[in-house]
Design a protein around this ligand. Structure first.
Ligand code: DX5
Ligand code: ZN
Length: 217
C-alpha cells in the first residue's frame, strides 16, 4: 500500500499537537517535518526543539527533511526524534560521509534532490540510503504546482533500484494531490508527501484516503 506522509508545513502551528493526532488517526505512515534555515531555501520553519516536542505525542515515525546548509552540525540533535533524516545532495560536500553520520545515530538515512539536479548525482550513494526523496517542486514553500519534468527521474531511480538489487523507498515531495499521485506511483514511488492537499481540507481522513486511493488505481 502506498505510504502517505503529511507535511506539517501546511498545518496550523498554533495547534500542532492536535493536527498531528488528527493525521495519525487518519492513517498517516510518516509525519513529514520540513526543516528550513533561510539559507539553503528562502524560508525558515521548524528546528529540533519542535521535533523533540512532537516525538512523544505520536507513534508515527518522523520523516525529517533537512533543507539546511551544513546538515552535519544539526544531525545529532534531530537524531533524538527522527526515524528518517533526509539531506539534500546539493547541500552536502561530503554526501557519503553525511549519510554514514545519520546511520551512526541509528536513524535511517535518506537523500533528496531538487528538480534541477540529475538522478546521476546520487547514483554512487544509492547503496547507503534507506530512502530517496525526489522534489517535484523547488523547496521552500508548500502549495506549489507539481513539476511534471521530474517524472522520468522517478522511473530512473526505480530502475536502478531493481538493477542494483536495493530496497530503499522512493518518496515524492511537492504538489502531490489526487491528480498527481497516480503519476508518481505508476513510475515507482512508494511514499507520497502531501502538505496542502491534506491540511487545507477540513476532513483529513478523507483527504488521505483519496490520495491513497488515486495512487493505487
Ligand atoms: C517544500 C516541502 C514540502 C511541502 C509540500 O519545500 O519540502 O514538504 O510541505 O507541500 P505541498 O504538498 O503543499 O506541495
Ligand atoms: Zn519536504
Amino acid at each position: 500500500m502506498t505510504k502517505i506522509a503529511p507535511s506539517i508545513l501546511s498545518a496550523d502551528f498554533a495547534k500542532l499537537g492536535e493536527e498531528i493526532k488528527e493525521v495519525e488517526q487518519a492513517g498517516a505512515d510518516y509525519i513529514h517535518v520540513d526543516v528550513m534555515d533561510g539559507h539553503f531555501v528562502p524560508n525558515i520553519t521548524i528546528g529540533p526543539l519542535i521535533a523533540d516536542a512532537i516525538k512523544p505525542i505520536t507513534d508515527v515515525p518522523l520523516d525529517v527533511h533537512l533543507m539546511i546548509e551544513n546538515p552535519d552540525v544539526y544531525i545529532p540533535q534531530f537524531a533524538k526524534s527522527a526515524s528518517i533524516i533526509t539531506v539534500h545532495q546539493e547541500a552536502c560536500v561530503h554526501l557519503h560521509r553525511t549519510l554514514q553520520l545519520i546511520r551512526s545515530h541509528d536513524v535511517k538515512p535518506g537523500v533528496v534532490i531538487n528538480p534541477g539536479t540529475p538522478a546521476e548525482a546520487i547514483k554512487p550513494i544509492l547503496t547507503e540510503v534507506d530512502l530517496v526523496l525526489l522534489m517535484t517542486v523547488n523547496p521552500g514553500f508548500g502549495g506549489q504546482s507539481f513539476i511534471h519534468e521530474v517524472v522520468p527521474k522517478i522511473a530512473q531511480i526505480a530502475a536502478w533500484r531493481e538493477e542494483m538489487n536495493l530496497d530503499f523507498e522512493i518518496e515524492i515531495d511537492g504538489g502531490v494531490n489526487e491528480e498527481t499521485a497516480p503519476i508518481c506511483t505508476e513510475n515507482g514511488a512508494d511514499v507520497l508527501v502531501a502538505g496542502s492537499a491534506i491540511f487545507n481540507q477540513s476532513d483529513r481522513k478523507e483527504a488521505i484516503d483519496q490520495i491513497r486511493k488515486s495512487a493505487e488505481k
